[in-house]
Design a binder for this molecule. Structure first.
Ligand code: UDX
Length: 436
């Protein structure tokens, strides 16, 4: 099928590439000319396992194209997928201006009947508005219908999550739209759940917020474990055998970050408020996460007289391993606090440094400073204190003995529970982690 995809971020690009992979004829549309050139040369603008291989392969088959010329991409497309961002507004609501821009472009460009599919995460009811908005602005006499098809990929495993998704959710208001989406997804051979549009929109938020709740719940229990002398790792293990709970997303730590959970919890809270409802569970989830993000810093602050002039090793900057993304990463808030206190930070991350430099340029910042290093051991050399913010394998590989040997004072605050308490104690490291 002839498909156009608007937006080449995590959602749009991965969807476009995977549609081409299963045999569709795909054109990815982006406003950025330089980005289009990069993608045409088979280079991915995002760090995502397996994506470049599939881009190169499908660029060569002639099934995958990139353009800034939206008019020609949309003119004859049988389906147009919208995968542009819906960033958070200051009040927690979703900013729909990018979606609106794409809708205007679709309305002025389409020359044939076409299905518009919203993949971006949007508040419940947005698809109705999108359909009305496009219909109001259409320039030709064509039939347009809008469907919802939320995306469940996680960063770092986006290609795998798309090709081997647990399920595909499609939300439609007509048999024709349902049949067309079924046809598009048929080659993936995955279970398809077909519901009405508003339910599809809600499924996305309900899933993300449920997972976020699971993490906040574990962080809450972890904090209580610390107070009563239980070990959250053992507690999580014991819980995981109950199939009703499941074994995944039980890791307590420094709180969730990324482009989805923080934004989607706030957006659902906002949607509830707008509808006169108080969504108490999600509100609690957001509050627990906010507190959890600076828990390690506050623990360290209780122990230290000052951070002023101290060498502080920061291991891990990204919001999780396997990505170069720093959005809502706990490291960011902690670095700000450490710099305010005059710390000299030496930061290591295998993928996040270029983006971190945009936010915290190397050198003096206020009372403190930040230096980026290529090896965790360089960060630890003669450091007074170390914080672990991301669970990268390269950080996990650092042996407990190395902290003792390299650091001036072997004092480690681990927000990811990478080490056993006994191994750190045996190595002579003063070690603080979460929930144990
Ligand atoms: C998430 C959802 O998993 C995905 O389905 C959705 O489409 C987008 O949002 P992503 O943000 O890429 O994906 O990462 P994910 O692996 O879910 O982790 C999110 C955050 O939760 C990270 O900061 C991670 O460190 C944290 N997390 C995850 C925990 O703290 N504990 C866990 O047990 C799992």
């Amino acid at each position: 099928m002839k498909i156009a995809v608007a937006g080449t971020g995590y959602v749009g690009l991965v969807a476009g590439v995977c549609f081409a992979e299963v045999g569709h004829d795909v054109t990815c549309v982006d406003v950025d000319e330089a980005k289009v050139k990069v993608m045409e040369s088979g280079v991915s603008p995002i760090y995502e396992d397996g994506l470049e291989e599939l881009m190169k392969k499908n660029n060569a088959t002639g099934r995958l194209h990139y353009t800034t010329d939206y008019a020609s991409a949309y003119a004859n497309a049988e389906a147009i997928f919208i995968g542009v961002g819906t960033p958070e507004m200051p009040d927690g609501s979703a900013n729909l201006s990018y979606i609106a821009t794409v809708c205007r472009q679709i309305a002025e460009s389409v020359e044939h009947d076409c299905l518009v599919v919203v993949k971006s995460t949007v508040p419940v009811g947005t698809n109705d508005k999108v359909e009305q908005f496009i219909k109001d602005s259409l320039e030709k006499d064509v039939k347009i219908e809008v469907a919802s098809n939320p995306e469940f990929l996680a960063q770092g495993t986006a290609v795998h999550d798309t090709l081997h998704a647990a399920r595909i959710i499609i939300g439609t208001e007509s048999k024709e739209a349902e049949a067309k989406l079924m046809e598009i997804y048929e080659p993936f051979g995955l279970p398809i759940v077909s519901v009405k549009r508003r339910s599809a929109e809600m499924i996305k938020y309900a899933c993300n917020d449920f997972l976020a709740l699971k993490i906040s719940y574990m962080n809450d229990i972890a904090n209580l474990c610390e107070l009563v002398g239980a070990d959250i790792e053992d507690v999580a293990k014991g819980m995981s055998y109950d199939a009703r709970i499941g074994e995944r997303f039980l890791n307590a730590g420094i709180g969730f970050g990324g482009s989805c959970f923080p934004k989607d919890t706030k957006a659902l809270k906002f949607l509830a408020k707008q509808n006169g409802y108080e969504l108490k569970t999600v509100e609690a989830c957001v509050d627990v996460n906010t507190r959890q993000k600076t828990k390690m810093f506050n623990k360290a602050k209780d122990r230290m007289i000052t951070f002023d002039g101290l060498k502080v090793a920061v291991l891990g900057l990204t919001f999780k391993s396997g990505t170069d993304d720093l959005r809502e990463a706990p490291s960011v808030e902690n670095i700000k606090l450490l710099l305010e206190q005059g710390a000299n930070i030496y930061a290591y991350d295998p993928a996040g440094v270029p983006r971190a430099k945009q936010q915290f340029p190397e050198g003096t910042i206020g009372r403190g400073s930040i230096t980026y290093v290529d090896d965790p051991k360089e960060a630890l050399e003669r450091a007074n204190i170390c914080f672990v913010f991301t669970e990268w394998p390269q950080i996990r590989e650092v042996k407990p003995a190395s902290y003792k040997e390299l650091m001036k004072t072997p004092l480690v605050y681990d927000g990811r529970n990478l080490y056993g308490l006994k191994e750190m104690k045996d190595a002579g490291v003063e070690y603080y982690s979460v929930g144990r």
